[in-house]
Design a protein around this ligand. Structure first.
Ligand SMILES: [Zn+2]
Ligand SMILES: [Zn+2]
Length: 232
């Protein structure tokens, strides 16, 4: 018997050959919750993986690409889901309930897609650390859980190479975009790394977090830096 990890409804599982032999392949969501997950599909922004109405670079990427310091720092980001109110709920639930099992919602989706996303087969998987505020709230770091799922299916190591400076955890949302781009990089490296890197986080919003982290790794000598977030 299985319960939906989101709404706790009972999930009836038809026994088929695939559920018999691969019981873990199914996402542990009921049909109703599953239908509310909006997959990114069709035309995307080539750089950040955001779903787009036509083939064009999104506004966020235009800004990053026109910034001399950050241009091409991140080769590209890929994400699986669109940011919907439902997804926001799932992410919040995961973060503050700290329920490690909620990773099973996404594991089958990540497993299915991750190999198709990146040209490099060998990279170090680096999760984005929580802000100090969130650490203080005892929030659970999903980036680590997502990184572990990828590592499991992609056979690459997870290395916690980044940490956050205490003084730079101020709320970014109150600043304008230009202020945010010029905000001091909140990260520092805790390990030396010169491999290709896949940065992992839960959500890509403006791309600031990922670009800050990527810049640091690039300066340290990492040649190709990609990122994966669940949501864009
Ligand atoms: Zn459900
Ligand atoms: Zn973009």
């Amino acid at each position: 018997m299985m319960y939906c990890l989101k709404c706790q409804d009972w999930i009836s599982q038809p026994v088929t050959w695939s559920t018999l032999f691969l019981p873990n392949e199914q996402t542990q969501l009921c049909d109703s919750c599953q239908s509310q997950l909006k997959r990114i599909a069709g035309t995307i922004c080539e750089r950040c993986g955001r779903q787009m109405p036509n083939e064009t670079m999104c506004e966020d990427c235009n800004k990053w690409q026109s910034n001399k310091k950050y241009r091409d720092t991140l080769l590209f980001n890929r994400s699986l889901f669109q940011y919907t109110p439902f997804m926001q709920e799932v992410i919040t639930q995961w973060k503050y309930r700290g329920d490690y099992q909620l990773k099973d919602i996404f594991s089958p989706y990540i497993k299915k897609e991750i190999r198709n996303f990146y040209p490099t087969k060998s990279f170090t998987i680096v999760p984005i650390p929580l802000t100090n505020e969130r650490l203080h709230d005892r929030a659970f770091n999903q980036a680590i859980a997502i990184a572990e799922i990828i590592a499991h299916h992609h056979k690459n190591p997870v290395i916690h190479a980044l940490s956050r400076n205490v003084s730079h955890s101020e709320k970014q949302s109150k600043k304008s975009r230009q202020q945010r781009i010029t905000t001091k990089n909140p990260f520092f490296l805790t390990k030396s790394l010169e491999t290709d890197v896949l940065l992992v986080d839960d959500i890509y919003t403006t791309g600031m977090t990922i670009h800050h982290a990527a810049k640091l790794l690039q300066e340290a000598g990492c040649a190709h830096i990609y990122s994966f977030t669940l949501v864009r």
